[in-house]
Ligand binder design. Structure first.
Ligand SMILES: *[C@@H]1O[C@H](CO)[C@@H](O)[C@H](O)[C@H]1NC(C)=O
Ligand SMILES: *[C@@H]1O[C@H](CO)[C@@H](O)[C@H](O)[C@H]1NC(C)=O
Ligand SMILES: *[C@@H]1O[C@H](CO)[C@@H](O)[C@H](O)[C@H]1NC(C)=O
Length: 575
């Protein structure tokens, strides 16, 4: 029996049945008409489209989600190309920056953004988690997945303190929309450990702790405490770390990935998506894998994470040793090309790829570096808009028949170059994937070209769903690799013919199911899966190649577990 008729997860508004209106004493509290979800969606779209700014649209959609969750997801799924950019990047950036100003006045009726865990509240952390449990519409529901941030490095926007909450909230909406994870089982968490952003501290409306962030020992201790309590309350829950500052991101992942079912999307998810686009780019270029040379512009957590995963590709698919593969990579950070003898103390995560073959010469300028390295692929994760200048792009096109250029920084203003620039200055030769969405490009013959977008959304929703369905004891690098390989192989004949590096985004649910199935299969292969249902479909030792009945059954199981926004005829019979 439902205990919370007003919960946004249960509410159906004007689609509440006659019987429910009687049963829950709702007569007169809404108009007499009984409508369908479709009709409500038509009205909601009209209201949405009449808003003049993207931030207003964001606010409207957030309100809708917290009022009638299924209607909200109906909009997302009916018109993903329109809604996704409003609930996640790029609009979510503006929402996070302004979070303390747009924060809604919502009550704790199941209709709140997520859990705010202040560092001052750690002594009562178990109580906080208990309060969350009590807010759920039914005691049978427990979260399958939490996205956790401390707001310290939100997109390319830096430390936004508690404003970072917009990211776990938005990200979990993508898990729901793209992979059909049940929204009632998603838990956004913002760790409010203070902020070092003076703008926040000076803003009278700032809603987070008004103090600087703790030093490392206290930080790690605090995160440990939170994770231990979450694990005690929800032992099977998947944790996704999100938008922590680079140093912390690596350390947190290392510290916890063996202990808890967890992954970091900025490191592993981004890496897997880029890897997948890179696999397809290498197929397009057609030169032997060993002849590739990759120059990474930007060597933060994302950069090094991506590089390590692409390395796996050379090792696993092309039989190279780790050392051979490592030598195909060059990193550039704010001080120039990362070399062992540069004379500064390298951050630990950069040492691995630091070069020793620069013969004492240091490179501080991108053009010089490109002439030195002669990369087949230039990958930007620097958050510096426009640094891949026309000159740089022309140089790459001189060196390569088909240069691979991946300007991955978000948002568009920080992307290293646009699709249009890359097309123009390589004379259409570029194999392109960006982090942010760019418009199509029409060439002089009037032919339209579709830019590849290395959108994280191709991997994390399916990876999350696979992890929830198989519940491996941990997420290994090889599971992540399997998700990337599955994505690369998911292109249709038609998509290949159009030289796309990624599937069309409107196939996202289909693609997520394939990724999730590949994750389940790999978890079983590594003997880590614990969910009995998966093990009965796919006994240990079953390889389930694509095209076999075992694979089809796995896909069917995954798809059967994907949530869709539909109403109950009667809420009464629901729980
Ligand atoms: C939206 O705008 C259209 C055209 O201006 C108008 O006819 C309609 O009534 C508006 N709807 C809402 C909900 O504001
Ligand atoms: C949101 O934040 C940006 C950047 O600080 C600011 O320019 C803009 O005016 C804000 N918008 C609103 C509606 O507060
Ligand atoms: C590396 O990147 C920095 C900015 O992050 C830039 O100033 C520098 O010129 C680049 N160096 C090379 C060698 O590309």
């Amino acid at each position: 029996m439902t205990n919370n008729i007003r919960s946004s997860f249960v509410a159906q508004g004007t689609a509440t049945s006659e019987a429910d209106r009687d049963a829950y004493k709702l007569r007169g509290l809404m108009p007499a008409v009984v409508e369908t979800l479709e009709k409500q969606a038509t009205r909601a779209f009209e209201q949405l489209r009449n808003k003049t700014s993207d931030l207003e649209k964001y606010i409207f959609l957030a309100w809708l989600r917290n009022t009638n969750t299924r209607l909200f997801y109906k909009l997302v799924m009916d018109s993903p190309e329109e809604i996704m950019p409003l609930i996640y990047t790029p609009t979510v950036g503006a929402a996070c920056v302004n979070y303390s100003h747009i924060y809604p006045f919502l009550g704790p009726n199941g209709n709140f953004d997520g859990l705010f865990i202040s560092i001052d509240d750690l002594p009562i952390i178990d109580q906080i988690i208990e309060n969350y449990k009590n807010s759920l519409p039914s005691s049978e529901i427990s979260p399958d997945i939490a996205v956790v941030t401390d707001g310290s490095r939100i997109l390319g926007l830096g430390d936004l303190g508690v404003g970072g909450m917009g990211i776990p909230v938005g990200k979990l909406q993508l898990y729901v929309a793209a992979a059909g994870i049940d929204p009632r089982k998603t838990l956004p968490i913002c760790l409010d450990f203070g902020t070092n952003n003076q703008k926040n501290l000076d803003d009278p409306l700032y809603i987070g702790l008004r103090r600087n962030r703790p030093e490392d020992p206290e930080f790690y201790q605090a995160v440990d405490t939170v994770l231990a309590s979450l694990n005690k309350a929800f032992p099977k829950m998947l944790i996704q770390f999100e938008d922590f500052s680079s140093e912390h991101a690596f350390e947190l992942l290392d510290r916890h990935r063996e202990r808890y079912l967890s992954f970091n999307d900025d490191i592993q998810g981004t890496g897997a998506v880029i890897l997948s686009g890179f696999i397809n780019a290498v197929r397009e270029v057609g030169i032997p894998a060993k002849q590739h040379k990759l120059l990474f512009f930007g060597a933060g957590s994302a950069g090094v994470g991506v590089a390590k995963q692409i390395m796996d590709y050379f090792v696993l698919e092309h039989g190279m040793t780790e050392d051979e593969a490592k030598r195909l990579f060059w990193l550039n950070d704010s001080k120039g090309l990362v070399t062992l003898d540069r004379g500064d103390k390298l951050a630990q995560h950069k040492v691995y790829f630091a070069r020793d073959d620069n013969e004492g010469k240091q490179f501080k300028d991108l053009k010089e570096t490109i002439k030195h390295v002669r990369p087949t692929a230039l990958i930007g994760l620097s958050s510096q808009g426009g640094v891949f200048t026309p000159e740089i792009l022309e140089l790459l096109a001189e060196i390569n028949e088909r240069p691979i250029v991946f300007p991955l920084s978000n948002p568009a203003t920080q992307a290293e170059c646009s699709f249009e620039q890359a097309m123009i200055h390589t004379k259409g030769k570029v194999l392109f994937a960006s982090g942010t969405a760019f418009p199509r490009y029409k060439d002089e013959q009037g032919v339209e070209h579709v830019p590849g977008q290395g959108n994280n959304m191709y991997i994390f929703p399916g990876l999350g769903l696979g992890a929830i369905l198989a519940r491996p004891s941990r997420i290994t690098d090889t599971i992540i690799y399997a998700s990337a390989a599955a994505l690369a192989d998911s292109l249709t004949e038609n998509e290949r013919k159009s030289h796309l590096l990624y599937p069309r985004i409107d196939r996202i649910r289909e693609v997520s199911a394939v990724v999730a199935a590949a994750v389940c299969r790999q978890a079983v292969k590594e003997n880590l899966a614990t969910e009995p249902e998966i093990l009965s479909i796919l006994p240990v030792g079953e390889t389930a190649e694509v095209g076999t009945p075992a694979w089809d059954e796995l896909i069917k199981h995954v798809e059967g577990n994907m949530w869709k926004p539909v109403y109950e005829t009667e809420i009464i019979s629901r729980m």
